[in-house]
Design a protein around this ligand. Structure first.
Ligand SMILES: Nc1ncnc2c1ncn2[C@@H]1O[C@H](COP(=O)(O)OP(=O)(O)OP(=O)(O)O)[C@@H](O)[C@H]1O
Length: 873
């Protein structure tokens, strides 16, 4: 109230100042008395007095769009005395002056009217846009403080700027007509001079648009009366003509004429002059503070009065900020099932998504809403939704969260969503309905919102991942509407995505809601420039898949600036989580994997029938353990291939996981550290095996050869010989646990070779007596060893060397378990005889291939803390 009173005070002082000016002007004119006023017309005087009474009336804060506001232009000079002259402006009424603002009287009048209207409008209720090609903006110079306060746009002076201003005004008019409300912001277009014919016609059209368009035009240089090239007619406009004697003639205001015959006010009018600079500054200061208060949208505005009170059955709705002074709603429903969000980096995309996600999470319980969150960029977009050491809370709606995700993880999430679609299809069929909304109320069916930030990463490159992603996105977009699965695809660049193998329309046609943040105009139609001038913190929402004319500009709160409020809300929702709720499965692309943290590893116990060799964490939705089952089939051996020293880490993890499945003495471990790069991993493995009580033997290349020969053709009577332990899978009970390290009684033998290729020469050398190379024994061992409980786990530093050892790629099934590190997809495809193997070698990733069950998986290989990911041997 205080603010309003003060605004009113400003207005009154501006009026007073104008009076002082008037008196001064009068004094100046005294020497040249006014033209003889017409004989006193009691009727006119009475009418002017009535209108004059209204001058005191306009209360500050009066909306200017619904009904016109009487605005003072100056004082009528009559024989009976002076009266203020008021004309209606706003509410669909306009003003023209016959000379342009290069005439100081016209310029001063335009400025005075702008100031009066600003002083009367509610804060944020009036925006002023100026055109001044004739004086290059000088007309608006004295109003500079209003530009700084953000209520007056810097005047348009060039042809392009004038055209852009008119674009903006027309957009404003269309949007206002659509929203059709009384308290709509009024756009005051002040043309200091008439623009060229094309633009003049557009300006004139605005005056015909009616009150609902919420535009008021003040234009100078618009001749009245006859002229060789008459300008386009204006609608609902009071025409002002400056007369050479220093006075003005005021035409009849439409709807409230001064004259009965259309001749206008019959007395000369002394126009008000410039408002004093102090009044301009004071008003600007007031409006600036008010505008800032008005512009700041708080995070609290996005939240509902009660948590989890809404049902998502018919769709999801939230508030994302403000459009003008109103809450800006957004929805995932039949009309806008999927969203496409664009904005250059730093435009506030993450903030916008956080606003939406928290808004939804506060309205809908986890029984109504599930979130799948996927981010491909470096950053922290969704980290706050997952538990950390510092903050154990998580968002109970979140099912999966991918941070700095791999493309393979992205595809895994999309596949999981497709499975969800299929589950829902079955559910709907069972209930005989075709839409989620038609399911009986007691059937739980939460809506799913899947957010993919920087989704263009998924589609980059013409590879198998890109092709599968497009297929999945298309299917999800097409069926998601009926099944309550909604996509939000966000990107900083739409270029390149448009191609989408010619299926852009099939995919993006379903994305009815477009959100353009600064620099994100690419999500709108080519001819829709609504996002061209956005500032950070604002966005264009378009509900017609980007088509021009369906745009709403919204301001959304800076969630990053209110981390405390966000954390409080998250904790509140976390505390309210349903009993038994599990935290989301999290994939952090930058994080290594430790076998000691693996749930399967922790659960391993002696006594299992088929030992598992754990090698890493699968890049999938649940981060499942990547493992091989070492059963008795020929070829159940592990080859880790590549020059990266990570291979030694993988062998360590595999060995330690196998060791957990045997009681001391049930298995023996023969370790051959043949390359220096493996030494730290070997030492650690040996220490762990010994500490667990397992027999361990270290071999050099020659000892390795001897063992290979021995294990390929075991001595009669050895437990490892055929027949003695016919089924090693069965020989894991306590009765089989005999003998110390290396004893013949071991039921399992693991030959772990760190740098198998370093033994190639020794294995290839022919025995001087038998002329047989140990390579042949190796191949026999590979085929027959598993049946006798003997498995080889080896690191080969290249695929060629592996192929040489096994006797050519045709024997590839003799080492059926493969972990490929830094070998190329093409090389690997050649080795495996597989075309189109999408694998890009990179740090901290490996490809798991199991020849026997046709498994191919991207994994994060197990390493120890401090292991340098791409350390090459
Ligand atoms: N509504 C807002 N009001 C004020 N500042 C904002 C608003 N939204 C975002 N910002 C500011 O803009 C900056 C960038 O925001 P944000 O991190 O969301 O951008 P982004 O588009 O996700 O960028 P990137 O893609 O590079 O991560 C932040 O510093 C943030 O505080």
């Amino acid at each position: 109230m205080g603010r309003l009173a003060s605004a009113y005070g400003q207005a009154v002082s501006a009026h007073r100042a104008a009076r002082v000016h008037l008196d001064n002007a009068r004094a100046a004119l005294r020497a040249a008395p006014p033209p003889a006023p017409p004989p006193a017309d009691p009727d006119l005087v009475a009418r002017l007095a009535r209108v004059g009474g209204a001058l005191a009336a306009p209360a500050p804060g009066t909306p200017l769009t619904g009904t016109p506001l009487p605005v003072r232009l100056g004082e009528a000079i009559t024989a009976g005395g002076g009266f203020p002259v008021l004309v209606p402006l706003g509410g669909g009424h306009h003003l023209s002056v016959d000379v342009d603002a290069r005439d100081p009287r016209a310029a001063a009048l335009l400025r005075a009217v702008v100031l009066r209207m600003l002083a009367t409008a509610p804060p944020g209720g009036l925006r002023v846009a100026g055109l001044d090609a004739a004086a290059l903006g000088a007309t608006f110079g004295p109003l500079r403080p209003l530009v700084d306060a953000g209520v007056l746009d810097p005047p348009a002076t060039t042809e392009a700027e004038v055209a852009a201003l008119l674009d903006d005004a027309e957009r404003h008019a269309r949007a206002a007509r659509q929203s059709d409300r009384d308290d709509q912001e009024l756009l005051l277009v002040v043309a200091a001079s008439a623009p060229p014919p094309r633009e003049a016609a557009r300006l004139a059209a605005l005056t015909h648009a009616g009150p609902a368009a919420a535009v008021c035009v003040l234009v100078g240089g618009w001749p009245t009366g006859s002229s060789a090239t008459p300008p386009p007619p204006l609608g609902t406009t009071t025409a002002l003509r400056l007369t050479p004697d220093g006075y003005a003639h005021v035409g009849d205001p439409p709807g409230a004429p001064f004259s009965a015959d259309g001749s206008g006010l019959a007395v000369p009018v002394l126009l008000d002059g410039d408002p004093p600079p102090a009044a301009v500054s004071a008003l600007a200061g007031h409006l600036d503070a008010a505008a800032r208060r008005h512009a700041a949208v708080g995070f609290a505005e996005l939240l509902p009065p009660r948590r989890w009170a809404e049902s998502g059955r018919a769709g999801l709705r939230t508030v994302v900020g403000r459009a003008g002074r109103d809450p800006a709603p957004v929805a995932f429903d039949d009309a806008t099932p999927h969203w496409l969000v664009g904005g250059r980096t730093g435009a506030g995309k993450t903030v916008f998504l956080l606003d939406v996600l928290y808004g939804l999470a506060a309205r809908y319980s986890p029984a109504e809403l599930q979130l799948y969150l996927l981010d491909f960029k470096e950053g922290v977009s969704f980290t706050e939704f997952v538990p950390t050491e510092r903050d154990p809370s998580w968002l109970p709606h979140a099912r999966t969260v991918g941070i700095e995700s791999d493309r393979e993880y992205g595809v895994a999430v999309l596949r999981e969503l497709r499975r969800e679609l299929h589950r829902r299809a079955t559910l709907l069929k069972r209930h005989g309905v075709t839409k989620l909304a038609d399911l009986p109320a007691d059937v739980p069916a939460p809506r799913v919102v899947a957010v993919v930030d920087e989704f263009q990463v998924l589609l980059a490159g013409n590879d198998a991942i890109a092709r599968e992603s497009v297929d999945l996105l298309e299917e999800l977009a097409r069926k998601g509407r009926s099944y309550g699965v909604h996509l939000v695809l966000a990107s900083q660049a739409m270029t390149g995505i448009e191609a989408l193998y010619g299926r852009a329309e099939a995919v993006f046609g379903q994305f009815a809601l477009r959100v353009a943040l600064p620099g994100g105009g690419g999500v709108l139609d080519r001819d829709n420039s609504a996002a061209a001038t956005l500032a950070v913190g604002t966005a264009v929402l378009n509900t017609a898949a980007g088509a021009a004319g369906a745009d709403t500009v919204v301001r959304f709160p800076d969630a990053h600036a209110e981390t405390g409020a966000l954390a409080r809300l998250r904790h509140e929702l976390w505390q309210a989580r349903p009993q038994g709720a599990r935290p989301p499965s999290v994939f952090r692309g930058y994080e290594g994997a430790r076998v000691e943290d693996d749930a399967t590893f922790v659960g391993l116990r002696p006594g299992g029938r088929r030992p598992l060799a754990l090698v890493g964490r699968t890049v999938d939705v649940d981060g499942t353990s990547a493992l091989f089952m070492l059963d008795t089939s020929p070829g159940r051996h592990l080859a880790v291939v590549g020059t990266a020293a990570t291979a030694a880490e993988v062998l360590r993890a595999a060995t330690l996981s196998l060791a957990r499945q045997h009681r001391p003495g049930e298995a023996r471990f023969l370790l051959a550290p043949l390359v220096a790069a493996a030494d730290p991993a070997v030492d650690d493995t040996v220490a762990a095996l010994v500490a667990a009580g397992h027999p361990v033997e270290r071999l050099d290349a020659h000892a390795l050869r001897d063992r290979v020969v021995e294990l390929a053709a075991p001595a009669p009577g050895s437990n490892a010989a055929p027949g003695a332990a016919a089924d090693p899978n069965a020989a894991t009970g306590p009765s089989a646990a005999t003998g110390p390290a290396g004893a013949a009684g071991s039921a399992r033998t693991y030959l772990v070779v760190f740098g198998m290729d370093a033994a190639a020469a020794v294995l290839a050398a022919a025995d001087p007596v038998t002329f047989r190379a140990a390579h042949e024994d190796l191949r026999a061992l590979l085929r027959q060893g598993p049946g006798r409980g003997v498995h080889l786990l080896g690191w080969w530093r290249g695929l060629r060397r592996l192929a040489d050892d096994i006797g050519g790629t045709q024997n590839r099934d003799d080492v059926a378990c493969l972990v490929a590190l830094n070998v190329t997809g093409a090389e690997l495809g050649l080795h495996l005889g597989v075309h189109d193997l999408a694998y890009q070698p990179r740090a901290d990733r490996a490809l798991l291939v199991d020849r026997h069950d046709q498994r191919v998986r991207l994994i994060v290989p197990f390493t120890r803390d401090g292991h340098a990911p791409d350390g090459e041997s």
